[in-house]
Design a protein around this ligand. Structure first.
Ligand code: PSU
Ligand code: MN
Length: 308
């Protein structure tokens, strides 16, 4: 990516020293959660990453400038402003040209983190194949990016608003491995269970070893690490999810609006349960991502073996 990227001083210093950095997406902050909770989530994730001895770097676009390592004020601005674009990789250029603010999805975050040399990304849930995609063709652009950018994406799987079996099939076809962290079942975001299989990796060391082995082979697809939500915060929101999907269908919500619309609808229907579960899994994923980054970059230089 030739477009200049502004890297925050602390992130630049960490990268220069070969110290571990964890990249965070900003769409969940700007569009995936209520304003105040978005700010809270970013702070909680940063705190977990710090406490593992790593540097957090929230990625986003402010007035057309790509930034790696948003300040607290910039995070607040993305959370509170009504005029923030949702950017997948293809829309990054549009935000630059229009000098707009934009929040990056998992896809856009991967693309920018890759250009910056940051391999590990933490998020809540990746996008995937939407239910009814055989008619709507709604398949998240996150999947295409996962197929071609060798990041390590730490998440809690994909939400069951999606067609999870189809999402797993898509990832298999496109050579994106999905590992469960300490589990052989794919977690489904608010819930630890999905009924679907994942390959199990037990420790940050095992995750790091697998990721580095893939890079050594020159494999250019991403690796997904799916971490179940902490047990105490797990909630069953299957009714709320079904209701939200039915309402979206009735109101003909589609395109990039659909995911944020479904999320905010589920949050309303669940009376706060969805938001607190979401906060819990985001912080936990940030912690696991930092643990993996710490082991990985402490021992070997990822750039040297060809991340970029
Ligand atoms: N999952 C969440 N919260 C979110 C998202 C996913 O729990 O906010 C965001 C992520 O940024 C993800 C994007 O990359 O939604 C996917 O959107 P779409 O389905 O339109 O590709
Ligand atoms: Mn979509």
């Amino acid at each position: 990516m030739k477009e200049p990227i502004e890297i925050a001083q602390n992130v630049r210093t960490a990268l220069g020293r070969g110290a571990p950095v964890v990249a965070l997406e900003s769409t969940v902050i700007a569009h995936g959660l209520p304003d105040k909770t978005g700010i809270e989530a970013a702070a909680a994730m940063a705190k977990e990453i710090d406490s593992e001895g790593c540097t957090p770097a929230v990625i986003g676009i402010i007035e057309g400038k790509i930034k790696v390592g948003l300040s607290d004020e910039e995070i607040k601005r993305l959370a509170e402003s009504e005029d923030v674009m949702k950017l997948s990789t293809r829309e990054i250029a549009e935000a630059i040209v229009a000098k707009k603010d934009g929040a990056t999805t998992v896809a856009a975050t991967m693309s920018i983190a890759n250009s910056t040399g940051i391999p590990v990304i933490a998020t809540g849930g990746i996008g995937g194949v939407h239910r009814g995609a055989n008619e709507s063709w709604d398949i998240s652009a996150d999947l295409w990016e996962l197929a071609k950018t060798p990041s390590l994406v730490v998440c809690s799987g994909a939400k069951s608003v999606l067609d999870l079996p189809a999402t797993l099939e898509w990832l298999e076809t496109h050579q994106v491995p999905v590992y469960g962290f300490g589990t052989d079942e794919l977690p489904a975001f608010y819930s630890r269970k999905s009924g679907l299989k994942a390959k199990k990796l037990d420790s940050p060391k095992d995750v790091s070893e697998m990721y580095l082995a893939r890079l050594s082979l020159g494999q250019r697809s991403a690796m997904v690490l799916a971490v179940p939500i902490p047990e105490k915060d797990e909630v069953d929101l299957s009714d709320e999810i079904e209701q939200a999907i039915a309402a979206a269908k009735e109101q003909k919500i589609a395109g990039s609006e659909l995911t944020p619309w479904l999320l905010s609808h589920i949050q309303q229907l669940s009376g706060g349960k969805a938001v607190s579960a979401n906060l819990s899994l985001l912080a936990n994923n940030a912690k696991v991502a930092a643990q993996v980054a710490a082991v990985m970059l402490g021992e070997r230089d990822v750039k040297r073996i060809g991340y970029r």
